[in-house]
Each structure stands twice: as structure tokens, then as C-alpha cells.
Design a protein around this ligand. Sequence first.
Ligand code: OAD
Length: 292
Amino acid sequence: MVGHQGSAPCIPVWKTGVFLSTLMPGEMELIVVVGCFKRRNNPDMTIPAELLQRLAVAKSVTVLTGAGISAESGVPTFRDAQTGLWAKFSPEELATPRAFRRDPRLVWEWYEWRRKLVVDAMPNPAHLALAEIERLFQRFHLITQNVDGLHQRAGSRNIIELHGNITRTKCSEEGTIVSSWKDTGDVPPKCPACGGLLRPDVVWFEEPMPEEEMQLAMTASTHCDVFFSIGTSTVVYPAAALPSEALRSGAMVVEINPQPTPFTPQAHFALAGAAGVVLPKLVRVISASRRF
Ligand code: OAD
């Protein structure tokens, strides 16, 4: 039996509701996970033999990605010290409905800056490796918290976008997707149909999660043989609960992240490296092991 270690919490996905939120100490619930886990640090980037054995026969693989997978494309993460966006900006001032009501221009311009950044960025070897891995399994789901569209541009197909997509724009009044508007100099621009303010089609803190995507993500996490949690700090819920849900459902759960996260103690394997290094290596060994 492995108890939950330190302050790392584990909350069932529906426990926190379906609103986007970070974990607050008062909301933490300690649960005990029963099982026999083999956690390893992996400085030489060896892919553990047991993982390879499971992947060799796996029919269904699910991957959860976060900002770390796009770090090697030059897109800043949120919580890395120094370089993370939330080290310089406050989520409350930029990524909540209240922030948009208070200062729509500031929020629009910040997202415009990020939109340009991601449009100019290119998929990196980690994105490309995931697109290849998708072709090697009968069932493959890629759940992403990222709004940058880099998985699509790398060729991944079965993508579940939990937090929306920054390259899309919607009307803040009607919620409809708006693809073009008149440039009247207004910032933010106005909806051509109703005159409401336009905003990025992303999920902000305190907003409800998209129901269909949440349901698909939950099903993909609880019906897979192997689950990868890649480049995410696992502190934003409900996405952060998906690795635990996969674990509870019997999947082998693997984390790929150069830094430990609250989920690390529970992972069967924690591959401590950059996704752009670990994933291409994983593709090579999976391709070899599934060629029989
Ligand atoms: P975070 O910024 O919280 O975490 C990024 C994770 O990526 C960290 O654990 C890093 O250690 C790891 N990382 C950095 N470079 C990496 C690399 N090359 N390879 C692999 N991992 C690397 O980002 P998320 O977990 O995605 O929501 O954050 C979740 C949500 O919080 C985001 O979707 C966003 C944010 O606020 C909204 O904006 C609504």
C-alpha cells in the first residue's frame, strides 16, 4: 500500500466540479491509493522495460499534455520560475471573466500577444513524436490543456482541447465563434452580429469546463492501458485529476517532466527529462517493440 506523500493531493475529477480552478489548501482531500508502484528517476533517459512490455501489447493509449510540451517551441509555460507567464503576470488580472469585465483591452491585448507568439512558433520534436505515436495504437486520445494548436499542426488527430484554442475568437455575449470582423479600431473588436465584445475562445479560471470535452477526456482516461502525463504541473483542476483517474482504472501511468509535480509520487514511472528528448526516444523503442 502506498500512501499519499507530502502535500501532494489527489482529488477525484468530479469532486471539484467542472469549473477551472487551481488547488486551494482548504480543498485538499487526502486519499490513499492501493497498489504497488515502481517510481524511478531516469537521468540517462532509459525507457523502463516494464513500460515497454506494456506498450508492446497496449491497445489504447491516452496522453494528457500541458504547457511544458510547447516549452521547446519557445512558448512560455505558466508556472516555471523566472520564465513562466504567471511569474510576470497575474492570472486574476488576465485569465478570469472578472478581469475581462474590468479591463477588456488589457486582456484582449495580452491574448493577442500570446496568439502571435503561438502562430509564429513551430511544433517541436515532442509534438511530432506524439503524432507518430498516435499511428502506432488502435485507440489513442490526446487530451491537452494547451490552447496553442501546436498538436494539430504537428499532425495529431484525435485531440481533446480542454481549455479551448487561442487562435479562435468568440463573442463574449453569445458565445458564438466569430471568424471575421470589421476593423473599426475598437479594442477588443465587436461582434458583427450583436455588437458584444469579442474574446479569445479559451476557458478562463472560474469558468465552466466544456462538457463534451470533459466527458471525452474522462472516458479516455478511464479506458486506456497506458496513460502519459506530459509537461503539466498537475495543479489546475479538473485536468490535474485525470492521471489519478487513469491510475484508479488500472492504467500504467507515466509522467514525463524534468521537474517533480504533485502527481509524481503516484506515477508508475516518472521520466525526468524534457519531452522533446524523451518522446522521440519513446517513439523509436515503441516502433521497434511493436514490429512483430
Ligand atoms: P504549468 O506552467 O503549470 O506547468 C508546466 C510544466 O511543464 C511544469 O511542471 C514544468 O516542469 C514542465 N516542463 C517545462 N519544460 C518542459 C519540457 N521541455 N518537457 C516537459 N515538461 C516541461 O502548465 P500547465 O500544467 O499546462 O490555464 O498549466 C495548466 C493550466 O494552468 C494552463 O492550461 C493554463 C494555466 O493557468 C489557463 O490559462 C486557463
